[in-house]
Design a protein around this ligand. Structure first.
Ligand code: HEM
Length: 205
């Protein structure tokens, strides 16, 4: 997770990312948000009700479903391709996010576990999972850059978080984010945006 106590770097990242989260930009992402979000959720719940004994009632854990839906929305927007863990039941990203949280807290409490010996031996399974997660982010960027290089005149760029992060530029320094920084921001979004949103949706429901 990206954290900094350097005020200049902090401001630079805010200037880079600010426009991404503006309503005007998010509006363009609505089709992806709807497809991974409420449409997927309604299909799943309608299917469960349809397959139930009386065809009217189904037993669901709406907190888990909201959580998976939010992972799907942010993963689809940040990794540039459709993620449907809510439908498929594949909890790989949930597992990666969980591991990243564990690693982050452990590093906060015991900074020495960032050392090579911990990374390569003692808690290697945790670091391996984080590396796999991060690799998905950087591969998504490579794939997107390839897609962009094949765009024909008149074709528009995809409208998602991945593209916004790739294009993000600090208006003052003209500095853009590196691939590693873009991948980190997507992971950051998954960590910051999933249980916050699902807990709110659960409380509202
Ligand atoms: C209802 C849902 C959400 C709640 C209640 C919530 C709550 C919060 C709170 C309380 C903070 C700390 C603000 C501060 O200390 O200044 C925060 C920061 C943050 N949130 Fe959320 N959040 C939600 C959704 C999201 C989503 C969907 C994302 C991303 C996809 C996200 C990404 C972030 C990030 C990156 C920060 C750090 C911002 C910064 O330091 O500039 N959050 N959120």
């Amino acid at each position: 997770m990206f954290l900094t106590v350097d005020p200049e770097l902090n401001k630079q990242r805010r200037r880079q990312l600010g426009p991404t989260m503006g309503l005007a930009n998010l509006k363009h992402m609505e089709p992806i948000i709807m497809a991974a979000g409420s449409k997927q959720l309604c299909s799943k719940w309608d299917r469960a009700i349809g397959q139930s004994k009386d065809g009217k009632t189904a037993k669901l854990c709406y907190h888990t479903d909201f959580m998976l839906m939010n992972f799907d929305i942010i993963s689809s927007l940040g990794f540039g391709q459709a993620h449907r863990s809510l439908t498929s039941g594949d909890t790989q990203i949930v597992d990666w996010v969980h591991t990243t949280f564990v690693l982050m807290y452990l590093q906060g409490l015991f900074p020495f576990i960032k050392s090579k010996v911990f990374r390569q031996f003692i808690i290697k399974p945790l670091y391996d999972k984080y590396d796999a997660f991060f690799a998905v982010g950087t591969q998504a960027i490579e794939k997107r850059k390839q897609l962009l290089s094949n765009l024909k005149p008149g074709d528009s760029k995809p409208k998602d978080l991945l593209q916004s992060y790739i294009d993000a530029e600090d208006p003052e320094s003209r500095i853009r984010m590196t691939s590693g920084q873009v991948a980190t921001e997507t992971i950051n979004g998954l960590m910051a945006g999933s249980d916050t949103s699902s807990t709110n949706l659960t409380a509202t429901t």
